[in-house]
Write a protein that binds this ligand. Structure first.
Ligand code: PLP
Length: 450
């Protein structure tokens, strides 16, 4: 551990570690966006974190707006979560046998999300979406999956075409190493394009197993679905459910990122409630991030008849040595225990304040920008018109973002190192933290304007 009283160095230790990392780890990182490829520079190597703050190995401190890309909704090293993990660790790290925490965690998710009647735990969001696709294909006896450009569902072969997140950050069309036959079974549609969906179903409806969509896309920046939340007619997700069901296909809503963050009941809590009489529901849903409280967890669930297809009761094989790990369920449960209405109010307040601060600073510096939200989630696009599709998102000024990003980092604020990501706040983002961000913003906005 670092000496907390030592003077920060100028980043020399991070530089040295990154050089060592690049010799033994591809591009020096275990997940692409961490390499700072699109913004340039050396990523700080993190030594420790507490509340809303990160501290790097050079002793520099940052207000964190990444939150490990979503899980750290209570801030870092939340004492109740850490205590729960410590207590669980004392009773054994993994059993490979049923344990009570798995049941309680499934009950917690099911109690919050109406369409989830049955849930299985996995180790990542990627595993969750991969498994949900398998269930959908088994249930329908069909092969084709429909996804939207700019939506990211993890690094599942079938879902990498025109994906968001790191694939967007590095402007990749998809991924090498995905077979032509896999790619053929995935149809990509522009986000929000109802006419394209209608035309696709008219032509190939009988081949389509499922449509998968982020409940509210947040991996090309935040692009809320049309309708629903804003009350202008049938929400896009409801439209997808109705169109898919009319053709005997399924709808999978991916709430890995939005789940238990956009609201207490995830994005479905916003969209399902206002999209009419609540009669619409996805068939399957996927979760991750928040449900593991910072440990590696994902989950997929939905209609009991579909989930009953899973082995050993049914013919769809799906398994995991560490699935339902006792430390992971302890962290998830200790997180859920603190995620009450009060917590969501605090997150909503911090999110709104931050949105206003950023918009004011960018406006004052004359930097074109749009702030978009989905519940308490938000992101900032460096362009002057609303973003409704991946093509819109790609039309932003990523150079301005990179200058803004580095000026914020130099001033002690750690933003997602990509213009295509949501900004993550937590219950630990109190007034003092927000003041620190407010101080950094005018200088960063000026840097973006250059
Ligand atoms: N789905 C969505 C909507 C995500 O945002 C992510 C990760 O960012 C995933 C799936 C994949 O989750 P994981 O990185 O845990 O595999």
């Amino acid at each position: 551990p670092l000496d907390p009283d030592a003077d920060p160095t100028d980043g020399a230790l991070s530089e040295e570690l990154f050089a060592r990392a690049r010799r033994v780890i591809p591009s020096g990182v275990n997940s692409p966006v961490r390499a700072f490829g699109s913004v340039g520079g050396t990523p700080p190597f993190i030594d420790s974190a507490a509340g809303a703050l990160l501290r790097d190995v050079d002793g520099r401190e940052y207000v964190d707006l990444v939150g490990s890309w979503g899980p750290m909704i209570l801030g870092h090293a939340n004492s109740l979560v850490v205590d729960a993990v410590r207590e669980a660790a004392g009773r054994g790290l993994s059993f490979g046998a049923p344990q009570p925490g798995e049941v309680t965690l499934a009950e917690e998710v099911i109690s919050r999300i109406g369409p989830v009647e049955s849930l299985r735990l996995v180790n990542s969001g990627t595993e969750a979406t991969m498994s949900a696709l398998r269930v959908a294909r088994a249930a329908t006896g069909r092969d084709v999956i429909v996804k939207f450009a700019g939506c990211y569902h993890g690094h599942v072969d079938a879902l990498l075409a025109e994906a968001g997140s790191g694939v967007a950050t590095f402007a990749m069309p998809g991924s090498a190493g995905v077979t032509a036959s896999t790619a053929r079974d995935t149809v990509v549609v522009p986000y929000g394009d109802r006419a394209a969906i209608r035309a696709l179903f008219a032509e190939r409806g009988h081949e389509i197993a499922a449509v998968i969509t982020e409940a509210a896309p947040a991996n090309m920046g935040v692009v809320p679905p049309s309708g629903g939340e804003r009350g202008d007619g049938v929400g896009f997700n409801r439209f997808l459910a109705e169109t898919a069901h009319a053709a005997g296909a399924l709808l999978i809503t991916d709430e890995v990122l939005t789940g238990f963050r956009a609201s207490r009941e995830g994005y479905y809590g916003i969209d399902g409630a206002v999209s009419g009489d609540g009669a619409w529901a996805p068939d399957l849903m996927t979760f991750g991030k928040v449900i593991g409280g910072g440990l590696p967890v994902g989950a997929f669930g939905g209609r009991a008849d579909l989930m009953a297809l899973l082995a050993p009761g049914g013919p769809v094989y799906q398994a995991g040595t560490l699935s339902g790990n006792p430390l992971a369920t302890a962290a998830g449960l200790a997180t859920f225990a603190q995620l009450d209405e009060h917590a969501y109010k605090a997150i909503g307040r911090a999110s709104s304040t931050l949105q206003q601060l950023v918009a004011d600073a960018l406006t004052a510096a004359g930097v074109p920008h749009v702030v978009q939200t989905a519940g308490t989630l938000f992101s900032v696009f460096f362009r002057d018109a609303p973003v409704r599709t991946y093509a819109d998102a790609k039309a932003q000024d990523t150079g301005a973002f990179a200058r803004f990003f580095h000026a914020m980092l130099d001033a002690g604020v750690y933003l997602p190192p990509s213009a295509f990501e949501a900004w993550f706040v937590s219950t630990a983002h109190d007034d003092e933290t927000l003041d620190r961000i407010a101080e950094a913003l005018p200088g960063a906005a000026k840097a973006a304007a250059q």
